[in-house]
Design a binder for this molecule. Structure first.
Ligand SMILES: Cc1cc2nc3c(=O)[nH]c(=O)nc-3n(C[C@H](O)[C@H](O)[C@H](O)COP(=O)(O)O)c2cc1C
Length: 210
């Protein structure tokens, strides 16, 4: 497959101190033959669905009505983010776990791009993802560990992200959760190193096909 565009969607407010950013940097350094576009959700903050934009969205995307200029403007940031996502063959979403799920700006980004008729639709009474043929990767870091033990069922970050990508119909969905980032230096370094090596493998696999 010829890669044309990779979209990086990042929320790493600790910048150079961020473990998530280290995983993302490892992925980016493995990208070959692909245009890279980036959206930083700490600066380009997605809208939340509130009264006016939700009404405009329902009128346009569910009821098929024409919007007036003010309503179009209200949806313009969501539309821009959706268009950006649709233009990419590969999307990488990177963020730290916050309160057992994704940080609010990341959730707002998913709410902005999961627009009916754009990234998913309903056909013959069934949901249909419209992003087939594309690849999606989630890079998440967390203070605790969720791969085994009593906390397994508390993990709603990576699992939710994968569901969102599944719903949009992505064909190849991967995810890495680097846990134990607050469990002491040794555990942190071991887990981060292992995650970074998994990240590199995915990049190598995806971009050697390009
Ligand atoms: C506001 C906030 C909420 C957090 N919530 C969780 C959580 O629910 N579970 C967890 O394991 N770690 C939690 N953490 C820890 C971070 O997920 C962890 O330290 C992560 O590796 C930080 O990523 P970064 O180095 O990329 O900033 C939280 C941290 C912050 C600042």
């Amino acid at each position: 497959m010829k890669m044309t565009k990779t979209l990086i969607v990042k929320y790493t407010p600790r910048n150079e101190r961020s473990s998530t950013k280290k995983m993302l940097d490892a992925f980016v350094s493995g990208i070959k033959n692909s245009e890279i576009e980036e959206i930083d959700l700490t600066k380009d903050v997605p809208d939340l669905f509130l009264e006016k934009n939700l009404a405009a969205y329902i009128h346009r995307n569910y009821l098929g009505e024409e919007l007036d200029d003010e309503q179009k403007k209200i949806l313009s940031k969501m539309d821009r983010m959706t268009k950006q996502l649709k233009s990419a063959d590969v999307v990488v979403v990177a963020y730290p776990m916050n309160n057992f799920s994704m940080p609010a700006p990341v959730k707002a980004w998913f709410d902005s791009v999961m627009l009916k008729g754009e990234t998913w639709a309903v056909k013959d009474g069934k949901y249909l993802g419209l992003m087939g043929g594309k690849k999606a990767l989630a890079l998440v870091s967390a203070g605790g560990m969720y791969d085994q033990g009593p906390m397994t069922s508390w993990e709603h970050a990576l699992s939710l992200t994968k569901v969102e990508f599944q719903f949009m119909g992505y064909s190849d969905i991967r995810g890495i959760l680097a846990g134990g980032m607050n469990a002491g230096e040794d555990t942190k370094n071991t887990n981060l190193k292992q995650s970074i090596s998994q990240v590199r493998q995915i990049a190598q696999q995806w971009y050697s096909e390009a």
